[in-house]
Design a protein around this ligand. Structure first.
Ligand SMILES: Cc1cc2nc3c(=O)[nH]c(=O)nc-3n(C[C@H](O)[C@H](O)[C@H](O)COP(=O)(O)O)c2cc1C
Length: 130
């Protein structure tokens, strides 16, 4: 059995998670790269409108690979456009595909008494992954 971890990361958080996961699984790791760098507004708007951002060809041979883990951030509540392009174009039939997303996280507050502590936790855990 061979596994490969494929990831997209704009700011490095998903890259760290993907690298750690690949090490844990003993898997190869490949990065999805956009053909054209985008600004913040374009990234968000692309996600909202389901745009398919172009990605560079990858050195990825799946013929003896049975598990693919795709790691991708969330933009505007959706998996990022370059990861969706990968899912559209890659020949993944017959393989187990797992998806791991990273996001900015939500509100950690559980009750009025925890508001302050929860806020501090939120600031520290801004890039909680899971
Ligand atoms: C354009 C944009 C939109 C985002 N939208 C969301 C969102 O809707 N929900 C959320 O929890 N995080 C959102 N985030 C935060 C990212 O998902 C989070 O920071 C992620 O870990 C970044 O991964 P990266 O460092 O690998 O690029 C957004 C980030 C960007 C840049």
């Amino acid at each position: 059995m061979k596994a490969v971890v494929v990831y997209y990361s704009r700011f490095g958080h998903t890259a760290k998670v993907a690298e750690m996961l690949a090490q844990e699984l003993g898997a190869e790791v490949r990065r999805i790269e956009e053909t054209k760098p985008r600004g913040f507004m374009s990234m968000g708007w692309g996600a909202i409108t389901n745009a398919r951002f172009g990605i560079k060809p990858m050195d990825l041979d799946l013929h003896d690979c049975d598990t693919v883990v795709l790691c991708a951030p969330i933009w505007a509540s959706r998996p990022v456009c370059p990861a969706r392009t990968f899912l559209r174009d890659a020949r993944l039939e017959g393989r187990q595909v797992n998806v791991l997303v990273t996001c900015g996280g939500g509100d950690y507050r559980r009750g009025p008494g925890e508001e302050r502590r929860g806020h501090r936790r939120h600031r520290q855990g801004r890039h909680r992954h899971g």
